[in-house]
Design a protein around this ligand. Structure first.
Ligand SMILES: N[C@@H](CCC(=O)N[C@@H](CS)C(=O)NCC(=O)O)C(=O)O
Length: 232
């Protein structure tokens, strides 16, 4: 740790950066934390001083290099600090290919579906009152034609992947678990899952993540994590 220097996490309230904060706590990394507050749902100007995209999370290494994209940041943290591979699975079912595959599934495929839901909810919310019924009608149609079935497919798949193990990578949370929290919390808290009880193992998994002392420390250290708000 001392030879590397402390990395600095730029954390935005109610955002994907929470999963990096949780990972830092799980791994016992010494780090600096800079808390940013959304302005009208978006990043404040300070986040653009460290990276031109102004997104969060951003992890600034002691060398000054700035890492972005949660999956990339968490992979860096695991590669650097999980020297015994405790959070990388037992190597049998839970191997490196599974770690990449499930991480991509969560942060690309599922995140894309989640984004569609978030945009439609925001559009309905921002529409003038007379246009709202039309937007809500379009959203309802999209849900029954496509969205609900996609969510169902992904959550059923993950439920199956959790059979016989507590986390997606085994006995401890791994990269896909860190990533999934934000995506699942968005689906769940924004009421985008038609029948949450159809995925009992995912529901238990979510409770298990939040019961971990490292999760609780991350909640105390951050400046809020509520996915039901209408920010981007
Ligand atoms: N794919 C990126 C997403 C980063 C991202 O879009 N973060 C959002 C918060 S969830 C953000 O910074 N939003 C503020 C804005 O764009 O103004 C990741 O996984 O880290």
């Amino acid at each position: 740790m001392s030879t590397l220097g402390k990395p600095t996490l730029h954390y935005l309230n109610d955002s994907a950066s929470h999963r990096v904060l949780w990972a830092l706590e799980e791994l016992g990394v010494e780090y600096n934390l800079v808390l940013h507050q959304r302005i009208k749902g978006r990043s404040p100007p300070e986040l653009f001083k460290t990276h031109p995209l102004g997104k969060s999370p951003q992890l600034v290494l002691a060398t000054g290099r700035v890492l972005i994209e949660s999956s990339n940041v968490i992979k860096y943290l695991l590669d650097t600090y999980d020297t015994e591979g405790k959070f990388r699975g037992d190597g049998v079912r839970n191997d490196a290919i599974r770690e990449d595959e499930l991480s991509d599934l969560v942060s690309s495929s599922m995140n894309g579906i989640m984004g569609t839901g978030v945009i439609f909810l925001a559009l309905a919310h921002a529409s003038p009152f007379f246009a709202r019924p039309i937007m809500n009608g379009i959203w309802k149609g999209l849900r029954s034609a496509f969205f609900d079935a996609e969510v169902e497919k992904f959550l059923s798949y993950l439920d199956d992947q959790l059979k016989g193990q507590e986390f997606l990578m085994g006995a401890l949370p791994g990269r896909p678990d860190f990533l999934l929290t934000f995506v699942y919390d968005n689906f769940e808290q924004r009421k985008l899952i038609k029948t949450p009880s159809n995925y009992p193992l995912v529901q238990e998994w979510s409770k298990r993540c939040k019961a971990r002392p490292a999760w609780q420390r991350s909640m105390e250290k951050g400046n809020g994590y509520d996915c039901s708000t209408l920010g981007f």
